[in-house]
Ligand binder design. Structure first.
Ligand code: 218
Length: 177
């Protein structure tokens, strides 16, 4: 995938970023209140599988930008906001490394895994550096951040994978451009 992005990919990337933003701010039922399952990643992951990593990263970047601009971002310091919104959300698009002609359940599992790992790695790093004070007494900041962000990454991976594999089985055309 080394060609210039088609106009359709750019338009979809922008629409999907707005959609993800809206899904993310809607009130959700949280089975585990201490971790947020990021179901809003689903449309961005789908876009990444349709168009590849460049469109996916562009869409994630715009989603992060919207959160900063519209004031729903959780900002502690400028660098923390940069890492957790611009970098982390852009990295979801790496799921698009598994884009191709023939999307299978296996490629979805790998794409969602990479997209979640790439995003939550940055939240883990930022949590370690900036959210250490929130850790229970005597718990190292790194371990606290790993517990919070690792469980969010794992649950988000599971839910996004299940939904996207279901979509592949029921509406495979969504994955074709
Ligand atoms: C331990 C810890 N707590 C909070 C944050 C901040 N954080 C985590 C995950 C996702 C996001 C983006 C908005 O949903 C943010 C800001 C952290 N990194 N670590």
């Amino acid at each position: 995938m080394n060609r210039k992005l088609p106009l359709q990919a750019l338009i979809e990337a922008a629409i999907i970023a707005a959609l993800a933003y809206i899904i993310d701010v809607l009130p959700a039922i949280e089975p585990f209140p201490w971790v947020k399952i990021s179901i809003a990643m689903i449309p961005v992951l789908l876009l990444s599988l349709r168009w590849g990593w460049k469109a996916g990263m562009a869409s994630g970047f715009v989603w992060g930008l919207l959160q900063i601009v519209l004031g729903t971002a959780y900002v502690l310091t400028p660098l923390q906001a940069f890492i957790e919104y611009f970098i982390a959300f852009s990295f979801i698009g790496l799921a698009g490394l598994f884009a191709g002609r023939n999307i299978t359940a296996k490629s979805i599992v790998m794409a969602v895994f990479v997209g979640c790992l790439a995003r939550y790695f940055w939240h883990f790093l930022a949590g370690w550096v900036y959210f250490g004070e929130a850790a229970p007494k005597d718990m190292p900041a790194a371990l606290y951040s790993l517990a919070i962000n690792g469980s969010a990454a794992l649950l988000t991976f599971l839910v996004c994978t299940i939904v996207l594999v279901f979509l592949l089985k029921t509406a495979p055309r969504l994955f074709k451009v």
